[in-house]
Design a protein around this ligand. Sequence first.
Ligand SMILES: *[C@@H]1O[C@H](CO)[C@@H](O)[C@H](O)[C@H]1NC(C)=O
Ligand SMILES: *[C@@H]1O[C@H](CO)[C@@H](O)[C@H](O)[C@H]1NC(C)=O
Ligand SMILES: *[C@@H]1O[C@H](CO)[C@@H](O)[C@H](O)[C@H]1NC(C)=O
Ligand SMILES: *[C@@H]1O[C@H](CO)[C@@H](O)[C@H](O)[C@H]1NC(C)=O
Length: 412
Amino acid sequence: NTHPLLLQTWGVVSACPFHCVCRNLSESLSTLCADKGLLFVPPHVDRRTVELRLADNFITEVGGNDFVNMTGLVDLTLSRNTIHLIRPMAFSDLESLRSLHLDGNRLTILGPKDLSGLINLQHLIVNNNQLIKVSIEAFDDFLLTLEDLDLSYNNLRRVPWESIQNMASLHTLNLDHNLIDHIAEGVFGELYKLARLDMTSNRLRTLPPDPLFTGAISPTPYNAVISLNFGGNPLHCNCELLWLRRLIRGDDMETCATPAHLAGRYFWSIPEEEFTCEPPLITRHTHKLWVLEGQRATLKCRAIGDPEPVVHWVSPDDRIVANSSRTSSFSNGTLDILVTVARDDGAYTCIAINAAGEATATVDLKIIPLPHRGGAWLAEQRLPSLAFVFSFLFFSPPPQFGTNLDILCRFP
Ligand SMILES: *[C@@H]1O[C@H](CO)[C@@H](O)[C@H](O)[C@H]1NC(C)=O
Ligand SMILES: *[C@@H]1O[C@H](CO)[C@@H](O)[C@H](O)[C@H]1NC(C)=O
Ligand SMILES: *[C@@H]1O[C@H](CO)[C@@H](O)[C@H](O)[C@H]1NC(C)=O
Ligand SMILES: *[C@@H]1O[C@H](CO)[C@@H](O)[C@H](O)[C@H]1NC(C)=O
């Protein structure tokens, strides 16, 4: 059903989807179906097509047989449709595809198999969607070939840094206008070809030091000029960002959000001496806690500092207390021992650490042993034993034991 005029104008093209234009120029077939009011990928696309343009339609999902057998397809454009679903393996036959445009759709997730099979992909453009999650495996098939990744203007809080850090050919990475609050340390260390990184308008408070950024002062053959943008982030300008401030730059418009006295000032205009940290100061902590064996003990240690200190606990036998079924050590300084045993007794040390230093405090935990817990003994002396426990419970002065009594939990 090819129009006779088309037969004359363009080379001989056997099957062309209704409304689309198909050109067989210089022996490579282009199927041009942009802005044709399509609701789905037309089924009769010639499988030998090299370029397939489907932008500006109303396609809602892709997959099934849409791109089956299109092993020669190099360029696929699906921009500005209403795609909310990519079926797993939708592109699995597209072994020659170099460029995939999915921008301006309604994707919320890139699942582990959604992009499987794209073993030669170089350009992946998924900006202006509604992505909240990108699977760690989503990019696995083209980690070494991808040059250009655009995930900007989405709703991502996290990106799979684990896979991005392996994209050895990556040249341009656009992650701007998302909700990203964390960059893993060292992710750019081996991206020797990266020339452009845009992190504008995210929620970053800090950036970890990275060889890539320091490459900005000693360029390698690959990244002679690296463009790095991180304006529009709520940067916390303390000593942790000093390394960045020391880079020779100055043309960007980044500002500091905190601390209060630097709020709103241009990052590059603040003298290095003002990027300061405060070592930890333990403001309050449990001093001595008495707990009946078998009960719960909660040790507290509060520290301030800039950056916010992390608190660790060291047990009486000099080990860092880790999480276990019986104990939880929270970074806010709370140590919970759910069911105490006699050997928990002793002096604990809380250590508050940040980039500027550390502080310690000692907490004494006294475990009051139960008088006896043997079944035979109880059977023989049930009444006296219970009486003993009750007298113990009722006649001891209340502040001397309990689960949550911080006897001297005050400001020093
Ligand atoms: C395109 O034209 C060439 C000859 O110029 C021909 O060999 C090839 O089969 C045509 N391809 C299609 C899809 O029609
Ligand atoms: C794909 O190719 C296989 C094997 O050549 C064939 O059996 C199948 O019908 C083709 N599918 C489509 C949708 O063209
Ligand atoms: C213990 O687990 C809590 C969350 O349950 C976590 O916040 C904390 O960092 C963990 N502590 C250690 C020492 O791993
Ligand atoms: C510390 O964090 C834990 C877990 O999030 C919470 O149960 C506890 O109340 C917190 N402690 C303080 C003192 O805020």
